[in-house]
Design a protein around this ligand. Sequence first.
Ligand code: PRX
Length: 633
Amino acid sequence: MSSFKINSFEEYQEIYKRSVDDPEGFWADIAGTFRWQKKWDKVLDWNFTEPNVKWFVGGKLNITENCLDRHLEKNANTIAYIWEPNNPNDPTIKYTYRELHEKVCRFANVLKKHGAKKGDRICIYMPMIPELAIAVLACARIGAIHSVVFGGFSAHSIADRIQDAQSSLVITADGGVRGNKEIPLKSVMDDALELCPSVKKVIVFTKTKTPVYMLRGRDYWWEEEQATVGADCPAEPMDAEDTLFILYTSGSTGKPKGVLHTCGGYMVFAQYTFENVFQYEQPEIFFCTADIGWITGHSYIVYGPLLSGATSVMFEGIPTWPDPGRFWDIVQKHRVTTLYTAPTAIRSLMASGLKYVEKKDLSSLTKLGSVGEPINEEAWHWFHEHIGKGRCPIVDTWWQTETGGILISPIANITPLKPGYATLPLPGVQPCLVDEKGAIIEGNGVSGNLCIKFPWPGMIRTTYGDHERCRKTYFATYDNMYFTGDGCLRDKDGYYRITGRVDDVINVSGHRIGTAEVENAINMHTGVVESAVVGFPHDIKGQGIYAYVITEKSPADPNLMKQDILMTVSRIIGPIAKPDKIQFVSGLPKTRSGKIMRRILRKVAEGDLANVGDTSTLLDPAVVDEIKAGVIM
Ligand code: PRX
């Protein structure tokens, strides 16, 4: 395996120190293990004021040569993906690196045939099938920029993302299945495309055999097209700082932003983090349960594992179907060694009881991982004891769409663990805690806002089409630092524990949802005057969505009105953003300058009615009593 694998805790400490003393030398050594078409002239160029961050300046590469071609010489017959279908009775599909290489090259030629070229934006809206990974890699092969949209988003959300990126081509499927639900992907896409004149071509993979509308001259079948092209597709030479992909994510303001990652730095960081955190070695079987529609899937189903020549399980379905033992069946069936999942899934399986775990053979497991939200101690211990049988370390990996890969995490079997703690930064990552005034808080046993004070290769370069937004969101709150939006404590041992978002972002089942986005969607309903959305603690989802809604007139059928609001949010964003609780109110607690005091709304939603705090500065303090009286517990 690669030369950058950390082997002991002492080595971690030494390497960490080197990465701070000589970051450029540190990263150059790691980058040197990759296949470059031309070596870089300069390792790093940066400032956090504009911001302008460039890694491996002048280097040329194609990430797919590193994911695929470089393994062909010795490991062509190694399995890259073991695909587990939604229905456990359907056959598993396995692809070797050689087969994956061929499929990617062939589909890249299909894209070229339809006019796609370097720099074009391609929207991918697909179920969790191997073709999703193939589509992603085919884009990268020809230098087109992929923008994957999670299969659970609505037509409206897709249209926003396509318009923002001005995508010219779309890759989708007729439909997808998750559990016992069928999602008519092409039909949803057709609705989106009504609003997207930039899209000239649509390639459709046949998955569910759902009848679909196929528009002549625009829509083409994947299977037919790939039969018309060859399997030889040279990799497009990419500049290290050329864009690899855009991935939309929610922030404090209404519109999701297109987080942009570039080829060289992202590649180096994805493999470096994958191999170190999970201590991956062939022939281990790695299973990341995320969807490729999120960053976790990009970095730890597609790029990280493939760069490392790993064997991964890719799962089409959901953890609770046909029953809540599905993950454990998959572990048993494919002899999974590393299971990387989300606290929300752990809590939901924990709630289903041990009867789904007990008879399963989980003896292949050696490592466990968690991502997406803080893991509560109860879930940590359950995972450790009942799934890992006390012998598997849990790597609690903290990172974000913007960071490209894991920043703070234990290294499996190397970093001493503490339940609920993401523990220590990986070498090359320099976190700090900052107080409200922007001063760095030194020492241990402290808490503050989590920032990163030095660039790392996988970091966000810009928000697509709006660099100022990137500057304002991440680099303007504190001078010369990347602000994560998370609160964090550093305990007496210097261990980091992420406490959650400090901005108006809610983390529902590990999915980031902006409160403003949900409010905008609720406000689209004809009968709604205004709304305010906050998060509240939820046993399974981590956080739930609580909406306070002012209606034009008192609803004749409040229940129906609530259903209408849910339907509206589903239509505008997608089912994942549906509020768990809706309370009709006659007013919202506002300051004299008209600002909603969310602190009060959060306290009420949490059920902490005694601690709403000072309400004397409110325009109408009486409204708080009304809200408290109507709280939905
Ligand atoms: O609040 C943190 C939380 O998820 C946010 C990032 O969300 P997203 O960009 O969707 O990426 C999720 C997958 C990387 C962070 O700002 N978060 C992520 N991992 C953890 C976490 N919170 C606590 N512990 C974690 N391990």
